[in-house]
Design a protein around this ligand. Structure first.
Ligand code: UDP
Length: 435
C-alpha cells in the first residue's frame, strides 16, 4: 500500500464545478484519487480551508481523506489572490503531519502554488514529488496579456518548482513542448500522461430523451457549450459564430430549417444570474446586437451527473478558447457521442481528431466556426458518424483507469530512483568513513 499526499491549494475535489475557480483541476483530483484508491493507495488531499465551518478532515471515500488547512481567510478567495498564504499553508500541513503522525511515500502536487509548497516540504521531509501544473504561466501571459491576474512571482516560482520536483506530468504533447522549450525543463523530467473522462458519468443519451429531461425543444438544431464563463474560454466567439451560422442557414433557401439554439452551461450559480456571472449579460448583449437574442439559453452550472443530458441534447458541442492547457469538456462531449468543434490550441489538438471526431478551428475566428457548424447542420449523418467515432476514441485513449495506471507507474519510477539515490548516498558515506 502506498500513501500519497495530494496538494491542491485552491481546487478541492469536493467543490461544485462550473464557477470561476472550479473546473478541470477539481475533476482531475477527484477522478484520479478515486482510481488510485481502488488500486489500494491511501490518499490525503490537502486543500486550503475556504469556509469557517465544516470538519478539518473529511473521510470522503474509502482510502481518501480531504484535509482543509487554514491559510489566510476562511472564505472563498480568487485563486490569484492566495499566493501570500502559501507559507502558512505549508506550515499548516507540516503541523498536521506532526500532530497526526502521518507519513507519506510521495507528494503529488497540483498547480504552481502547491508545487512551491511541495518543494518546501521535500526540503524538510526528503519526500519525492510528482507535480502537475494544469496550466503554465507563460502561456497564460502570452494569451491573456493585461487580463492575466496571476501574481508577479508566478513565472519565477514555476521555474523553482521545475528545478525542485522529481517529475512533471504534462497532460498533452503541447504542454510537454512548453515545459521543454519555453521553460528549459530537462526532457527526462517530463512524463506525458493525458487526463481523461469518466465514460460512465459521460455516456450518450438518446437526443429526444435528453431534450425532454432538460426541457428544450425537440426539433431545434442545438449547439452546446459547457464550461466556466471566463474571457479566455471565449464564449463570445461562439455566440458570434452562431450568429453567422444563422446567416448561412437563412441564405440556404433550399431547406425549411429548424431553429438554432445555443445552450450555455456554467457560471457561478445554478440559476443563471448576470449579477453573479457578469459574462452572461455580455454574451446576451452580443447576441441581441447580432439579432440572435432568442437563440441563447443560459442554464447555470450543473453537477457532473447531469451534464450528459446537456451534451446529449446537442447536435454538436463547441469550445473555442484562446488557449487550453488540456480541456476536459471536449472529451466529455465526445464521451456522450457528440461531434465536438474546438479551437486548434493546447490539449484540444490532441483530444479531438480533426475531421474524424469533430473539427479544429482557429481561435478568435467566428467565420471559421460558422463554416464547420454549417457543414454539420447540412450533413446530419456526418455529425452522427463523428459522434460515434468520438465515443470510440475516448473509450480507447482517455479513461481514468489508464491515467491512474500510468500515474502509478510514474510513482514507482520516482520511488525506485529515490531509493537508488539514497542507497548510493549511504554507500558513499560508508566508504568515506572507511578512509
Ligand atoms: N463543469 C461542471 N459543471 C458546469 C460547468 C463545468 O461540472 O456547470 C465541469 C466540466 O464538466 C469539466 C470541468 O468543469 O469537467 C471544466 O474542465 P475543463 O478542463 O474543460 O476546463 P477548466 O475549467 O479546467 O479550464
Amino acid at each position: 500500500m502506498r500513501r500519497i499526499a495530494f496538494l491542491s491549494e485552491h481546487a478541492n475535489p469536493l467543490a461544485a464545478r462550473g464557477g470561476a475557480d472550479a473546473g478541470g483541476q477539481n475533476v482531475y483530483i477527484s477522478e484520479l484519487c478515486q482510481q488510485l484508491a481502488q488500486r489500494g493507495y491511501q490518499i490525503d488531499v490537502f486543500t486550503r480551508r475556504d469556509t469557517p465551518d465544516g470538519p478539518e478532515i473529511v473521510n470522503w471515500l474509502p482510502g481518501i481523506r480531504v484535509i482543509s488547512i487554514q491559510a489566510g481567510p476562511t472564505a472563498v478567495c480568487p485563486k490569484d489572490s492566495i499566493w501570500p498564504f502559501m507559507h502558512e499553508f505549508m506550515m499548516g500541513i507540516l503541523a498536521f503531519l506532526t500532530r497526526e503522525r502521518c507519513q507519506y511515500e510521495l507528494i503529488h502536487s497540483n498547480f504552481w502554488m502547491s508545487g512551491w509548497v511541495a518543494v518546501e516540504l521535500k526540503r524538510r521531509l526528503a519526500l519525492p514529488v510528482a507535480h502537475i501544473f494544469h496550466a503554465m504561466g507563460k502561456t497564460k501571459q502570452r494569451n491573456q496579456g493585461a487580463l492575466d491576474s496571476s501574481p508577479a512571482e508566478r513565472l519565477e516560482i514555476e521555474q523553482y518548482v521545475i528545478n525542485g520536483v522529481d517529475r512533471i506530468i504534462a497532460q498533452c504533447p503541447e504542454e510537454q513542448r512548453e515545459l521543454i522549450e519555453d521553460y528549459g525543463t530537462p526532457a527526462h523530467k517530463v512524463a506525458v500522461i493525458p487526463s481523461a473522462v469518466n465514460s460512465t458519468i459521460f455516456s450518450p443519451v438518446d437526443r429526444q430523451q435528453a431534450r425532454q429531461t432538460i426541457g428544450v425543444d425537440g426539433d431545434d438544431f442545438i449547439i452546446v457549450y459547457v464550461g466556466r464563463l471566463l474571457p479566455r474560454k471565449d464564449v463570445r466567439n461562439v455566440v458570434r459564430g452562431v450568429a453567422q451560422l444563422v446567416e448561412h442557414v437563412r441564405h440556404d433557401t433550399q431547406h425549411m430549417y429548424p431553429s438554432i439554439k445555443l445552450l450555455i452551461v456554467g457560471g457561478e450559480t445554478d440559476v443563471p444570474s448576470p449579477s453573479h456571472t457578469p459574462e452572461i449579460a455580455v454574451l446576451q448583449k452580443i447576441a441581441d446586437d447580432l439579432h440572435i437574442g432568442d437563440a441563447l439559453r443560459f442554464i447555470g452550472k450543473r453537477q457532473q451527473e447531469m451534464l450528459r443530458y446537456y451534451y446529449s441534447a446537442g447536435n454538436v458541442v463547441v469550445t473555442t478558447p484562446w488557449y487550453e492547457p488540456f480541456g476536459l469538456t471536449p472529451l466529455e462531449g465526445m464521451a456522450c457521442g457528440r461531434p465536438v468543434i474546438g479551437s486548434a490550441v493546447g490539449g484540444i489538438t490532441y483530444t479531438i481528431a480533426d475531421g474524424i471526431t469533430g473539427f479544429h478551428v482557429p481561435p478568435k475566428e467566428p467565420a471559421a466556426l460558422a463554416r464547420k457548424l454549417f457543414q454539420l447542420f447540412q450533413q446530419p449523418s456526418l455529425a452522427i458518424q463523428m459522434g460515434h467515432a468520438a465515443r470510440q476514441r475516448v473509450e480507447q485513449l482517455f479513461s481514468w483507469p489508464i491515467t491512474a495506471l500510468r500515474t502509478g507507474e510514474l510513482y514507482n519510477e520516482v520511488l525506485s530512483e529515490t531509493q537508488v539515490s539514497q542507497t548510493s548516498q549511504s554507500i558513499n558515506t560508508n566508504s568515506k568513513k572507511e578512509f
